[in-house]
Design a protein around this ligand. Structure first.
Ligand code: S3P
Length: 440
């Protein structure tokens, strides 16, 4: 699954983005729709499910644990929930591929089952830190064995019982928060998680949508174990993290006027819009509405003269996946952009500070990577051959950068774009990006 350096992009410089497009479904919500649908009683009908490799890894894992799932078919999935105690032991390790969300959330969800299970992942996922979930889960009574480095594979054994804890997250992470809340479904008493800054709240919202009581106050979520989830119908909005490439692309490419329909606008996800607007972007939020318990809107974005800013640290968790694209915006802006407080970027699918700094400097942009962020001096961009290091969001960010480059850009190792955004190249081509794909 993913990982193989068997696809490259080549993109002609210049052009503009025009027309209307709909990005695929939200990755975070798609994962959770399968997980909660599987643990619910009765049927869950999902529309707009993201058929990308990450969410499909989650879906495959639940099939392996005995859940009958029909689809995906054009974004439609029917999950026949087995209830909180209906999962069965899979006949071998569960492969999470490139997906940190699958591994971290399932680690919590599976800590309270009555069977042993092993979670494995690809080379990138096997390097990513897992102690952030295994340590608090151990405090709840979970029996999880990781490698000596605290990485996957994760061997989870059944425990006599989990107990709720009150945990203050050391890093702002929705994955850790969600992992503990999912373990909390199986724990005696109350599980509470406090976060140092607000992170995406899809788990809390969706648990409520499945009829489970979650008590929230700003920066804190609590639930009590032993309840039930009831199957429901779910509409997955478009992924703002996928929309981000087009928000940046249309902003930086002169002559652009692009409308993105049905984009998820959850307040814990809109950092990319806040940051781009602070840089001078022209983004109009149209027709705001509610779909499946999440705010959605259409976004019209027109090209604008961007200027560098100091990115407010409170926006970092709200735009955590969008920084590779935002760095491209910064490279095209007048003046300097400074990001601080974002050390988490170093432990994503790649070290996103270093890999973006390497690629931008290869394009002739002046950058200064720092332990917790980066300084980028806007200026002209050349072309050249870059490597995404197997990171989907880096591949798509450099593809968009070509809109302002002075020569073609080639990007190696792009197969993992399919983890979050299948069909990216065709969709981008349809609105004006001169992108072609090369399979060896
Ligand atoms: C996610 C949370 C974020 C994000 C990831 C998806 C989620 O990770 O980067 O792509 O669905 O909960 P962290 O919570 O580790 O920041």
């Amino acid at each position: 699954m993913g990982g193989a350096p068997d696809l490259s992009f080549s993109i002609q410089p210049g052009g503009s983005l025009n027309g209307t497009l709909q990005v695929p479904g939200d990755k975070s919500i798609s994962h959770r729709s399968i997980m909660l649908g599987a643990l619910a009683e009765g049927e869950t009908r999902i529309r707009g499910f993201l058929e990308g490799e990450d969410a499909l890894a989650t879906l495959a894992a639940f099939r392996r644990m005995g859940v009958r799932i029909e689809g995906p078919d054009g974004g439609r999935v029917l999950v026949n929930g087995v209830g909180l105690h209906g999962l069965r032991e899979p006949g071998g390790p569960l492969d999470m591929g490139n997906s940190g969300t699958s591994m971290r959330l399932l680690c919590g969800l599976l800590a309270g089952q009555g069977f042993p299970v092993t979670l494995v992942g690809d080379a990138s996922l096997s390097r990513r830190p897992m102690r952030r979930v295994t340590e608090p889960l151990a405090r709840m009574g979970a029996l999880i064995e990781a490698s000596p480095d605290g990485t996957a594979p994760l061997h989870i054994r059944p425990t006599a019982g989990l107990k709720g804890i009150d945990y203050a997250l050391p890093v702002a992470s929705a994955q850790v928060k969600s992992s503990l809340l999912l373990a909390g479904l199986y724990a005696a008493g109350e599980t509470c998680v406090s976060e140092p800054a607000p992170t995406r709240d899809h788990t809390e919202r969706m648990l409520r949508g499945f009829g489970y009581e979650v008590r929230t106050s700003p920066g804190r979520a609590c639930l009590t174990g032993g309840g039930r989830l009831i199957g429901c119908d779910l509409d997955v909005p478009g992924d703002i993290s996928s929309a981000a490439f087009f928000l940046v692309g249309a902003s930086i490419a002169p002559g652009s006027d692009l409308t993105l329909t049905q984009v998820g606008m959850n307040p814990t996800r809109v950092g990319v819009i806040n940051i781009l607007r602070a840089m001078g972007a022209d983004i109009e939020v149209m027709n705001p509405r509610e779909a499946g318990g999440e705010p959605v809107a259409d976004l019209r974005v027109r090209s604008a003269e961007l200027h560098g800013i100091r990115i407010p640290e409170d926006q970092v968790p709200l735009a955590i996946d969008e920084f590779p694209a935002l760095f491209v915006a910064a490279a095209c802006a007048q003046g300097e952009t400074l990001l601080t407080g974002a050390e988490e970027l170093r432990v994503k699918e790649s070290d996103r500070i270093q890999v973006m700094a390497d690629g931008l400097s290869a394009l002739g942009v002046e950058v200064e990577p720092r332990p917790d962020g980066i300084r980028i001096q806007g200026g002209p961009m050349g072309g050249g051959h870059l490597d995404s290091r197997g990171d989907h969001r880096i591949a798509m960010s450099f593809a968009i950068a070509a809109l302002r480059a002075q020569a073609p850009i080639g990007i190696a190792d792009c197969a993992n774009v399919n983890t979050s955004f299948p069909g990216f190249a065709a969709l981008a081509r349809g609105v004006g990006l001169g992108i072609s794909e090369q399979h060896p």
